[in-house]
Ligand binder design. Structure first.
Ligand code: KIV
Length: 272
């Protein structure tokens, strides 16, 4: 079923709620810098996530844990300078919100004040309820993130599908309801069974954005480096690659090297 797309001059948390109510799917992609954000925004993506996946894609770390609040603010402020329409959501990095609600609020305020972003995202359910409430009470929109939460990778031990067992699925459903009740404007569900994700999306009124969570949710998010094929060693089943930029860029750059070595570049028209 295709649903009429409403033209929004600027996407707000209210626009996303309206999209869910109308049945219009929400598009979300990551971006971490000015140039990419300008392209993603110009292509009509509704939400740009300045994800802590920057730790992997931009900094080359194995996990998302090392990224600092200052680094997230740097990425987020670069993205903000590139956008006109998209809503920009920024991950609170590992260690910046888990210890106590006051610290969580201080971190969220720094992101909003120093980057100009529009909302923050946090990973987890009832364990961080008080921090979420504290941030929301300050007027900062919060997006939740349940299922596979990469900041807890050392607790899980692997990046496999989450909530396949009854007990974890029940906790996830209760956490999603808690996030809605607390006042979050949306929830990301990562790498969980499609049937469970659909059930969650149908059980709450706020938008549910999936990554590896099937088509029964209200929108989709992917990491931009993965969907453009800039990374090629990461091949989960849920990933659709729209380009193979790794090979295309390698080819273009090798051609440049050949042209320099052979003195073909620059030619007479490419100099002063
Ligand atoms: O950091 C990130 O890119 C994310 C998405 C995978 C949802 O949290």
């Amino acid at each position: 079923m295709s649903v009429a797309k409403k033209e929004y001059k600027r996407i707000t948390v209210k626009s996303l709620l309206e999209m869910k109510q109308r049945g219009e799917k929400i598009s979300m992609l990551t971006a971490y810098d000015f140039t990419m954000a300008k392209i993603v925004d110009g292509a009509g993506v509704d939400v740009i996530l300045v994800g802590d996946s920057a730790s992997n894609t931009m900094a080359g770390h194995e996990t998302t844990l090392p990224l600092t609040l200052d680094q997230m603010i740097y990425h987020a402020s670069s993205v903000i300078r590139g956008i006109n329409r998209s809503l920009v959501v920024v991950d609170l990095p590992f260690g910046s919100y888990q210890s106590d609600p006051k610290e969580a609020l201080r971190s969220a305020i720094r992101i909003m004040k120093e980057s100009g972003a529009h909302a923050v995202k946090v990973e987890g359910g009832k364990e961080i309820k008080e921090s979420i409430k504290r941030i929301l009470n300050a007027g900062i929109p919060v997006m939740g993130h349940l299922g596979l939460t990469p900041q807890s990778i050392y607790k899980f031990g692997t990046y496999t599908v989450r909530a396949k067992e009854e007990e974890e699925a029940e906790k996830l459903k209760a956490d999603a309801k808690m996030l809605e009740k607390a006042g979050c404007f949306a929830v990301v569900l990562e790498k969980i069974p499609a049937k469970l994700a659909k059930e969650v999306a149908e059980s709450i009124n706020i938008p549910v954005i999936g990554i590896g969570a099937g088509n029964g949710v209200d929108g989709q998010v992917l990491v931009i480096h993965d969907m453009l094929g800039m990374t090629h060693e990461f091949n989960p089943r849920f990933l659709r690659r729209y380009l193979n930029l790794y090979d295309e860029m390698t080819e273009a750059i090798s051609q440049y090297v050949d042209d320099v070595k052979s003195r073909d570049f620059p030619n007479d028209n490419e100099q002063y």
